[in-house]
Design a protein around this ligand. Structure first.
Ligand code: IPD
Ligand code: CA
Ligand code: CA
Length: 278
């Protein structure tokens, strides 16, 4: 395969790199599944673990990027987390999203790869490893699950909505604020799910299984590919202020247009009512 260079390469070339890298990372994880119980867990911070599998997956991803896109910067969770999200080509990689699920054999984990050009994410792949489902998107070209186009749901009634979320388990001081939000969302909807992989949560919004999703503490590699998936599937992704989301660390609200608006207003109302009660 020929290496590509310069920022003028087209989005489909970048997408091919993301797909090859995601498949290679997934192969590393799959191979390690049988050895899962023997793996050593390193603790990065409270409730935040990593094993040699996360690192080996990222190593493969980085090798593929280096071979096919030698001038690209890799912003990867385990091996290059402080790389700068700059101009040019940046590959934003989570080599295993849902590490805790993987370590426990709970089948909800993925490889997530996004490629940005001059600050704009233009290709994304989220590969659900246990199910071998490939979520793919190219900017302006729609979002797909195993090559079938996907769309966000059209549900508009909060009382029927299914909402995805992630807990602020690494930032426990946010728990009171989050619990107020959780309470309001639960009272207003049909249900809330916490599956443990933000990349897959966003894909579940893109395919219309979740009507919306929110989480307070996320990293660029958790969300960069999934955000593109939601946008290309006709959904909205913002920060908690309602500004268009960027692939940076922080909070995120995503959903179909109607449920995004409802969820954003609801979590913001929770913040206000918390402020008033203090
Ligand atoms: C985590 C998962 C989880 C989310 C956390 C992430 P990791 O990623 O996406 O759903 O709640 O904020 O850190 O550590 O499994 O790659
Ligand atoms: Ca992650
Ligand atoms: Ca990870």
């Amino acid at each position: 395969m020929q290496a590509i260079s310069g920022t003028d390469r087209d989005n489909s070339e970048l997408f091919d790199v993301a797909l090859e890298a995601a498949r290679a990372g997934a192969a590393v994880i799959r191979k390690a599944t049988a050895q899962r119980e023997k793996l050593v867990w390193e603790t990065k911070s409270r409730s935040d673990f990593v094993s040699e599998v996360d690192k080996a997956s990222e190593q493969r991803i980085a090798e593929i990027v280096k071979r096919r896109c030698p001038d690209a910067i890799v912003l990867g969770e385990e091996l290059s987390p402080s790389a700068v999200f700059s101009n040019g080509i940046v590959v934003i990689a989570d080599p295993l999203d849902g590490t805790t699920n993987f370590l426990h054999g709970y089948p909800e984990y993925a490889v997530s790869i996004a490629i940005a050009r001059d600050g704009v994410v233009c290709a994304g792949v989220v590969l659900n490893v246990p199910r071998d489902d490939e979520f793919t998107a190219v900017k302006g070209g729609g979002a797909f699950l195993n090559k079938q186009q996907i769309r966000v749901s059209s549900l508009r009634e909060p009382g029927r909505a299914l909402i995805g979320t992630g807990f602020p388990f690494k930032t426990i001081e946010l728990l009171p604020q989050y619990m107020t939000q959780f309470s309001l969302v639960m009272r207003g909807t049909a249900g809330i799910r916490r599956a443990g992989s933000a990349a897959l949560d966003l894909c579940n919004v893109a395919r219309g299984s979740f009507d919306a999703f929110w989480e307070l503490v996320l990293a660029p590699w958790d969300v960069a590919a999934g955000m593109l998936m939601v946008q290309e599937a006709g959904g909205i992704v913002t920060d908690l202020e309602g500004n268009p989301a960027r692939p940076i660390a922080g909070a995120l609200v995503a959903g179909n247009p109607a449920m995004h608006a409802w969820l954003l207003q609801t979590v913001r109302r929770a913040n206000m009512s918390k402020g008033q009660s203090e």
